[in-house]
Design a protein around this ligand. Structure first.
Ligand SMILES: C[S@@+](CC[C@H](N)C(=O)[O-])C[C@H]1O[C@@H](n2cnc3c(N)ncnc32)[C@H](O)[C@@H]1O
Length: 348
């Protein structure tokens, strides 16, 4: 049995499962491995694990990293106890096939939850365990092996990284937006929109174009639009789409989403409005959300869907409902270090 551990933004496990079932039907899937968010385990029988299988895993759009799963164990909350448990358990791992005295390695760690220690402490304790046991050498830049030791709540998960860059970095960005969305989350939002062939899909606050570009890269047969009130972002979005090879599949227009009903009759609206934390006072965001929701409702076809990511999700849900949308899904997702919600509304 080969076990692969896939990481994703916490909250996206259902979408990872959906995508994994389509792309790797022979694998069995354990969502939230050990109850841990952001980690999905794929069990693959030995005979079925081959290069084709791995390339299918690496083609997944909802995941960030892929690791060969090694072990998981419980840790204590307190700093000294937890770090000595990590040292003891990592020292005891059967890693002789990947680590020896000539291996250069590094340890990386993601930590989620309240702890009295940092991810740097986890890396230090695990790194010391590996040096003491296998005499391997730490090399943060030119390493042969990356050992990943994640701590989520009271669980610690160890794997060998099979990806270096996170897969959400699609490699097409020539311009970044200060509040760009992760492409993995854009993909998840598009899946929740469930567009059909021939649908008109618009992101009316598209920034640098992540959602429309992800739509063009992952779904065939849509008419795709991206609007933003700021012309500079429209230039960014066009350049990014060109670089992604989908410039001819998306129409980017400088436009104010509050007048959406004057320009389009979309089947699907998928968007990432400003969260309203840094840029504007909350009242400004409320007004924008209200005007956006009303214009979207007026513009959309019956049974059309709107998919929105919001930090002030209670406010966004109330506003979408008051505009006439039925809320059919509310999915918490961690974007960076913020717990946001992806909300799906349907025009009824
Ligand atoms: C969070 S950003 C979107 C980032 C985008 N998802 C990306 O990955 O680059 C929100 C965008 O909404 C745009 N915006 C704000 N008010 C708008 C309005 N009334 N009409 C259209 N766009 C608007 C901003 O210019 C900003 O680019």
């Amino acid at each position: 049995m080969t076990d692969l551990l896939l990481t994703c933004p916490p909250g996206l496990e259902d979408i990872v499962e959906l995508e994994a079932k389509e792309k790797i039907p022979c694998a069995s899937i354990s969502k939230r491995h050990m109850g841990v968010r952001g980690h999905v385990l794929l069990h693959i029988e030995d005979g079925k694990y081959n290069a084709d299988y791995m390339s299918r895993v690496l083609s997944m759009r909802s995941i960030h990293h892929v690791m060969r799963y090694i072990a998981s164990f419980r840790i204590e909350r307190g700093k000294d106890d937890a770090l000595s448990t990590i040292y003891r358990n990592v020292s005891a791992l059967d890693l002789g096939s990947v680590l020896n005295s000539s291996t250069r390695f590094r340890v990386t760690s993601e930590r989620l939850g309240r702890h009295e220690f940092t991810s740097i402490d986890v890396q230090r304790a695990s790194g010391k365990a590996i040096v003491d046991r296998f005499s391997s050498k730490v090399d943060l830049k030119h390493y042969d092996v990356e050992v990943r030791v994640d701590v989520i709540g009271e669980q610690c998960i160890v794997g060998i990284a099979l990806t270096r860059e996170s897969l959400h970095k699609r490699g097409y960005r020539v311009f970044d937006h200060p509040a760009a969305l992760k492409a993995s989350i854009a993909y998840a939002m598009l899946r929740l929109a469930e567009p059909s062939e021939g649908n008109i899909l618009v992101d009316p606050m598209c920034g640098s174009g992540t959602i429309p570009i992800e739509a063009a890269l992952s779904i065939l047969g849509l008419e795709i639009y991206g609007f933003d009130v700021n012309g500079i972002y429209i230039d960014y979005a066009r350049a990014n789409a060109e670089h992604a090879g989908v410039g001819d599949r998306i129409r980017f227009i400088q436009y104010d989403c509050r007048m959406l009903d004057n320009i389009l009759t979309p089947d699907r609206i998928v968007t990432n409005p400003p969260y309203g934390v840094r840029m504007e006072p909350s009242r400004g965001v409320r007004r924008l959300y209200l005007d956006f929701a009303r214009a979207s409702y007026r513009a959309m076809v019956d049974r059309g869907r709107v998919v929105v990511i919001a930090l002030k999700h209670g406010m966004m849900k109330d506003i979408l409902s008051s505009a006439g949308f039925a809320i059919i899904k509310d999915m918490p997702v961690m974007h960076g270090d913020l717990w946001t919600h992806v909300i799906v509304g349907e025009k009824r």
